[in-house]
Design a protein around this ligand. Structure first.
Ligand code: NAG
Length: 593
C-alpha cells in the first residue's frame, strides 16, 4: 500500500498505526478461537458496557447476529508495515494478553481493559470535531445540551452512508462524528455502511481502525472495498461510478428491509466534515418538514477565503445554479439566487431547492429508496477512450449530469405520482383537472402561454446576465465538479413545449439547511462560522420555537433547470457543457419514469 504523505500527516499516521495495533489486539481478544478465551469475551459481551449509554429495545444485536458487522473485500495485499504490525500484535498478544486471558481468574481485568477502552473511545473527538461545540451557530444551537432529546427519545434507526474514494484525511473525523452520534442516538440505533471505491491512499488502514472501533462499540456496520469499474480511471464515466458506489453503499439498507423487514428512519450521507450537532439539527429539520431530503452547505477554502462549493449538483427552486459565493459575502449575494431562498438564507433558515447534495445530507428512505428509487445516470455518453464517435443528441435529450441530479428529479416525479395516486383514490380530482386543462388549451392559449413563458425566460436570462456582470464572486476559484459559470448559447434553448405546469403536482420537499456546514481540508472552522453567522448574540437563544425549522409554503418544481452535463468519459474532471433544459413532471409521468 502506498501511503500518501500529506502535510502534517506523517505523525498522524504513526499515531494511527499505534492505535490500529492497539485495537487489533482487542479485536483478536473479542473474537477468540479457544474456549477459555471465549469465557473472557463472554463476560465482556454479557456486561455490554454500551448498555450504559444505549436504550433498550434493540433491533440490532451485533453479538447475536454476526451479519451485522461485516467486512467485505478487505485488501489483503502486503504493505510496507505489514511485518511490523503483525510482529507487534503477536508479541503483545503472547506476552501481555494471552497469559491473562487463559487464566479465568484474571479475566475481569481484561473486561476492565475493554471497559476503559470503550470509555475512551466514546470520547473520541477527532481533530476537528473537538472544536464543534465552540463554533458559533445561530439560535444558540450549541448552547442547549438537551436540544435533541426529543429526537433521541424516539429511538429510531439511522443508516449512515459513507463513500470513500481516496479521501483518507476525512475518515478519522468522520469516525469521530459517528461515535458522537452513537453516543447520542445509541450505538445499536445506527448502521454504518462504508464503501471504499478503489482508494489508493491510507484508507485501507483507516477502515481497519473504523472496523475495530465500531466492533468494540457494538455498532452494526458493513465496510466494503470494491475495485474500480474501469481499469483506467481516466476511461471512467463519473456519474455511472457515482451511482454505482451509492447503490452499493445502500445494499445493506435494502437487504435488511427485504430479509428482516427492518426499516430505517433516515439515511445520513456523510461527506467531508460536518459537526455532530449540525447533523442532528438537519435530521430535525428533515423530520419536522417531512422532507424527502435535507442538505447542508459545502464550504471549501479558496485562496484566503471560503466559497460555496457544490455548484454541480445544487439548483435553487427556479432551477438555477447556486453562486460560488464567499462565506463573507452579503446575504443577498449568497449562494441561492431565487428570491425566497435568498431571503431565508439571509436569516439562516432552511430553504426549498430543486436539488442539492452539498456535503452531508439526510434522506428519508420512505420517500425514496423504499419507493424503489435508486441512484442512476444517463447512459448515452460518449466513450472517448474507445474512440466512439460523438453521438447526435437532441436538444431535449435527457441531461447527462450527476447521479444526484437524477435522484432529485426522480424524487419530484415520485412525489407527484404519490400525490396523484392519493387524490385519484380520493375522488379523481387531479385526473379530471388534468383532462380539463388539456381540453381547455386552445390555439390561442398556446400562443399566450408561449409568449408568457418566453418573456419570463428572457427576463430571467437578462437578470442572470446582469448578476453575472456585477457578481464579483461568480467567476472566482473553482470547485471540483462544477464547470466555470457561463451563459448558455441562445439557440441551445429548447423550444417551449406545452405541458401541464409542474405546479399542479404535489411538490417534493427538498431543503437546504444553511446552518449545517460541511467543510473540507484547510478550512478554519471558527472563521467560517463567524463569516456565516456572525458572533452569537444572546437574543439568538430566545427563539426555540418551530419557526427556525419549518417551511410553510412549498413551491412546485421549476419548468426548466440548468443542466450541466458530462457527455463523455474522462473521470471526474471530464469536460462539461451547459444548457437549459425543460423539466416537465407531466411528461415524465406519461413516459412512466
Ligand atoms: C471506454 O472504453 C475503454 C476502452 O475500450 C474501456 O476500457 C472503458 O471501460 C470504457 N469506459 C466505460 C465507462 O465504459
Amino acid at each position: 500500500m502506498a501511503f500518501t504523505v500529506r502535510r502534517r500527516s506523517v505523525h498522524r499516521l504513526l499515531m494511527l498505526l499505534g492505535l490500529v495495533l492497539f485495537f487489533r489486539i482487542f479485536i483478536s481478544f473479542t473474537s477468540p478461537a479457544s474456549s477459555s478465551e471465549k469465557a473472557a469475551s463472554r463476560e465482556v459481551k454479557q456486561r455490554n458496557v454500551l448498555d450504559l449509554v444505549t436504550r433498550s429495545g434493540k433491533t440490532f444485536d451485533v453479538q447475536r447476529h454476526k451479519f451485522l458487522q461485516v467486512r467485505m473485500g478487505r485488501d489483503e495485499r502486503e504493505d510496507l508495515f505489514s511485518d511490523i504490525v503483525r510482529n507487534g500484535v503477536a508479541d503483545f498478544w503472547e506476552r501481555f494478553q494471552r497469559p491473562y486471558i487463559m487464566g479465568t481468574e484474571t479475566s475481569h481485568i481484561d473486561a476492565q481493559h475493554v471497559y476503559t477502552a470503550i470509555d475512551s473511545l466514546l470520547s473520541l473527538n477527532g481533530w476537528v470535531a473537538a472544536l464543534c461545540p465552540t463554533l458559533t451557530r445561530p439560535f444558540g444551537q450549541n448552547k442547549y445540551e438537551d436540544a435533541y432529546d426529543d429526537l433521541v427519545r424516539e429511538n429510531h434507526l439511522y443508516f449512515i452512508g459513507i463513500v470513500i474514494h481516496s479521501a483518507d484525511h476525512f475518515l478519522v473525523d468522520q469516525l469521530a462524528v459517528i461515535v458522537q452520534m452513537a453516543k447520542r442516538l445509541g450505538p445499536t440505533n445506527l448502521f454504518v455502511s462504508m464503501l471504499d471505491y478503489d482508494s489508493t491512499d491510507s484508507t485501507e488502514t483507516l477502515t481497519d481502525l473504523c472496523e475495530a472501533v465500531l466492533t468494540l462499540l457494538g455498532i452494526p456496520f458493513r465496510i466494503r472495498r470494491v475495485p474500480s469499474m474501469t481499469e483506467d480511471p481516466s476511461a471512467a464515466y463519473y456519474p455511472v461510478e457515482e451511482a454505482y458506489m451509492r447503490n452499493l453503499a445502500l445494499e445493506p439498507l435494502h437487504e435488511l428491509h427485504q430479509k428482516r423487514s427492518i426499516k430505517f428512519f433516515r439515511v445520513v450521507w456523510l461527506k467531508g466534515f460536518t459537526c455532530p450537532n449540525d447533523i442532528l439539527e438537519t435530521i430535525k429539520v428533515s423530520v419536522l418538514n417531512e422532507a424527502a431530503m435535507v442538505c447542508g452547505m459545502d464550504w471549501a477554502k479558496h485562496n484566503d477565503f471560503f466559497i460555496f462549493s457544490d455548484r454541480w449538483r445544487t439548483r435553487d427552486i427556479e432551477g438555477d445554479q447556486f453562486r460560488q459565493s464567499k462565506s463573507s459575502s452579503k446575504p443577498d449575494a449568497g449562494p441561492p439566487r431565487d428570491r425566497a431562498g435568498a431571503a431565508r438564507y439571509a436569516e439562516h433558515l432552511p430553504f426549498q431547492v430543486f436539488c442539492c447534495e452539498s456535503g452531508t445530507h439526510v434522506v428519508d428512505p420512505a420517500q425514496s429508496y423504499y419507493q424503489g428509487i435508486m441512484y442512476r445516470s444517463g447512459e448515452d455518453y460518449q466513450n472517448v477512450t474507445s474512440g466512439e464517435p460523438i453521438r447526435d443528441r437532441g436538444a431535449d435529450a435527457p441531461c447527462l449530469d450527476s447521479c444526484q441530479a437524477w435522484f432529485c428529479r426522480d424524487l419530484w416525479v415520485s412525489k407527484a405520482k404519490e400525490g396523484m395516486r392519493e387524490e385519484e383514490a380520493a375522488d379523481g380530482v387531479v385526473e379530471r383537472r388534468l383532462r380539463k386543462r388539456q381540453i381547455d388549451m386552445t390555439e390561442r392559449d398556446v400562443e399566450t402561454v408561449k409568449r408568457e413563458v418566453g418573456v419570463d425566460d428572457d427576463e430571467k436570462r437578462e437578470a442572470r446576465r446582469q448578476v453575472a456582470d456585477v457578481d464579483a464572486d461568480a467567476n472566482v476559484g473553482s470547485d471540483y465538479d462544477a464547470m466555470p459559470e457561463s451563459d448558455f448559447p441562445e439557440d441551445d434553448f429548447p423550444p417551449i413545449r406545452l405541458s401541464i405546469p409542474n405546479s399542479v403536482f404535489r411538490p417534493a420537499r427538498i431543503l437546504v439547511n444553511p446552518r449545517c456546514v460541511t467543510t473540507y481540508a484547510d478550512v478554519s472552522h471558527a472563521q467560517l462560522a463567524l463569516d456565516l453567522f456572525g458572533p452569537e448574540r444572546d437574543n439568538d437563544v430566545s427563539d426555540s420555537g418551530l419557526s427556525k425549522y419549518v417551511l410553510e409554503d412549498w413551491e412546485g418544481a421549476p419548468e426548466s433547470f440548468v443542466c450541466q452535463e458530462q457527455r463523455q468519459t474522462g473521470g471526474r474532471k471530464a469536460p462539461k457543457t451547459q444548457r437549459r433544459l425543460e423539466f416537465s413532471i407531466h411528461d415524465a409521468l406519461e413516459r412512466g419514469l
